[in-house]
Design a protein around this ligand. Structure first.
Ligand code: ZN
Length: 246
């Protein structure tokens, strides 16, 4: 079986469709694992929710999902994110709010643990430093874990001989690696708002027979998403950053 691993869709339907279409070609639509932030920032919260639910995605919530239903204050959000959050909250139907409300923060799927931020603070801690990775690994009960939130593809390999306790690697388009004895943390990058300078949508495919994970970057119709954001009156920087991958 092959699994599509997506994170930080952020209401970007064009990016999500590009990813799911590619996953279909890879035979990876039997299962979809989603690492949170389905909504927030982009113009299509309801269609993105509908698509992921249609594929029966196994999903943990992100800070934007929780904030959109009023369960997390947006005081710590930057002003643009807070504006987009208020707009998103107005779009959601009662049934969609209920779906988001019922998402569980940490989920186990076989050898994997799924969480949005980190296992120390599931909703909002960014896992980008060895210190945070260590705190996360101490709480990781499965060989592998999957995180999102930073919108940057990353592989963390536990390494007790290194002074920092782990090695960190950026994952490029087409990078594939084999799962073995070493404990890992994997971030597949962001579908709907990449932040590593590459505007293409990012996601990963897990093959449970070959025991590999492969990262992919995909072009999508950024201009179409941006036009919808203009029409919705969403903040200008949120529109522009999609072109920059920042
Ligand atoms: Zn996010």
């Amino acid at each position: 079986m092959r699994v599509a691993i997506v994170a930080d869709v952020h209401s970007n339907l064009e990016a999500l469709e590009a990813v799911l279409h590619h996953a279909e070609g890879e035979g990876a639509l039997e299962q979809v694992w989603c690492l949170g932030d389905i909504v927030g920032y982009g113009p299509d919260p309801s269609p993105c929710l509908a698509l992921l639910r249609q594929y029966g995605a196994v999903c943990v919530p992100g800070n934007h999902d929780v904030a959109a239903i009023g369960l997390l204050p947006t005081d710590d959000f930057n002003p643009d994110a807070a504006v987009a959050n208020a707009w998103t909250a107005r779009q959601l139907a009662p049934d969609e709010r209920l779906y988001l409300e019922n998402l569980v923060h940490v989920i186990r799927q076989g050898d994997f643990t799924l969480v949005h931020g980190s296992l120390r603070w599931p909703i909002w801690e960014y896992l980008y430093s060895p210190e945070v990775a260590q705190a996360h690994l101490q709480r990781q009960e499965t060989p592998f874990s999957l995180v999102g939130h930073t919108h940057v593809p990353l592989l963390v390999v536990e390494d007790e001989r290194s002074p920092e306790g782990c090695q960190m690697y950026y994952l490029e388009d087409g990078t594939a690696f084999k799962l073995g004895d070493q404990r890992l943390i994997i971030n597949p990058g962001g579908v709907g708002q990449p932040r590593d300078g590459d505007p293409r949508a990012a996601y990963a495919v897990y093959d449970d027979e070959a025991l590999t994970i492969t990262l992919y970057r995909l072009e999508y119709d950024i201009a179409a998403t941006q036009q919808k954001m203009v029409a919705a009156g969403l903040p200008r920087w949120l529109i522009r950053r999609l072109s920059l991958g920042r």
